[in-house]
Design a protein around this ligand. Structure first.
Ligand code: RUB
Length: 312
């Protein structure tokens, strides 16, 4: 175990406890924390410095198991440092510009996802979403800003209530919004003329399977039953490169106490944070490279982000 300073440990704890929440925010705050740690620590030998950074990167990337956008950022910074720096001081000079570059890639891809996604929303639409995804809320708010008449239904998202973050953003933007309990998601699609479902995602695999908050597949199944198009708003920096070589994406399980703090003795509680949505349930992924079928993801990654395929 390495010694971590309080500043770094605080970010790791905030990510674990969901005080920093949503894949894009986690990736941005995670790479910033990594870069500022890399500037603070002192080692006379470059291999020792890199060894320390690699351990720090593992601690950050395992704070939440299902967050490839953070993992890809840390790999990107470490890979470039190892290839460009020949001393600790050179590495320290480089690290902040590399982390800024990755943060800019995340922000730029988010701007594009929001712009393309907003085009997809028709005037007079009823939109349904789940959990809190800054890409999905960005799309909805942009469509509203463009003067489209829209209405939103959202789920509360048990057990951590991320739907409330989405609800506040929608209400602040003055978008007519209704919240339901998670188990009412099919009811809403059936009875409230939902035109389009848009959710975010934490990860996408080489086969085009998307991973997002638990409940997302149920929403996709309900949408399919009623022939309502289901879209995933995702920047491709969330590609899980380990799936290219056959590994399975990890699904994070969180503490049972989030579901019930004081359960009766002997009760087992399962608290999966995420679940998969197969590509056949997804009409399109809304990405920075455009809107396309999820099965095309590997080809697009190869063209746009070849560095990710060096990770594993
Ligand atoms: C959040 C969640 C979001 C994705 C995408 O889960 O599932 O849909 O992270 O977020 P949690 P974004 O609250 O457990 O982190 O679109 O902001 O990247």
């Amino acid at each position: 175990m390495i010694e971590l300073d309080d500043k770094f440990q605080k970010i790791v704890d905030d990510i674990r406890a969901l005080r920093i929440q949503g894949a894009t925010n986690i990736a941005i705050e995670g790479v910033k924390a990594f870069s500022s740690l890399a500037e603070r620590i002192d080692f006379s030998s470059l291999p020792d410095y890199f060894e320390h950074l690699k351990k720090a990167s593992i601690i950050l990337s395992t704070a939440r198991a299902t967050e490839p956008a953070l993992r890809n950022g840390l790999h990107f910074i470490l890979y470039e440092l190892e290839h460009q720096a020949s001393s600790v001081s050179e590495a320290k000079e480089l690290v902040s510009s590399l982390s800024q570059k990755y943060v800019e890639m995340l922000k730029d891809s988010k701007r594009k996802v929001i712009s393309y996604g907003a085009h997809r929303i028709r005037d007079n639409s009823v939109i349904m979403t789940h959990c809190h995804s800054s890409l999905s809320t960005g799309i909805i708010i942009e469509a509203h800003r463009q003067g489209k008449n829209i209405e939103v239904f959202l789920t509360e998202t048990r057990p951590k209530w991320q739907g409330r973050i989405t609800a506040k953003e929608m209400v602040d933007a003055e978008i007519p919004t209704t919240m339901v309990v998670d188990s009412a998601m099919r009811y809403v699609i059936n009875r409230h003329n939902v035109d389009i479902v848009i959710t975010g995602a934490d990860a996408i695999t080489s086969q085009g399977t998307v991973i997002n908050k638990i409940g997302t597949r149920l929403l996709a199944l309900a949408a399919r039953e009623m022939d309502v198009p289901f879209y995933t708003a995702i920047n491709l920096l969330k590609y899980d490169a380990s799936t290219t070589i056959g590994k399975l994406s990890a699904i994070e399980f969180r503490p049972p106490s989030e579901v019930w703090e004081d359960p009766p003795k002997g009760l087992k509680i399962l608290n999966p944070a995420f679940e998969t949505v197969s590509r056949d349930l997804i009409d399109g992924v809304i990405t920075e490279a455009g809107i396309f079928a999820p099965s095309l993801v590997y080809m697009i990654i190869k063209e746009n982000y070849p560095f990710m395929l060096l990770n594993e």
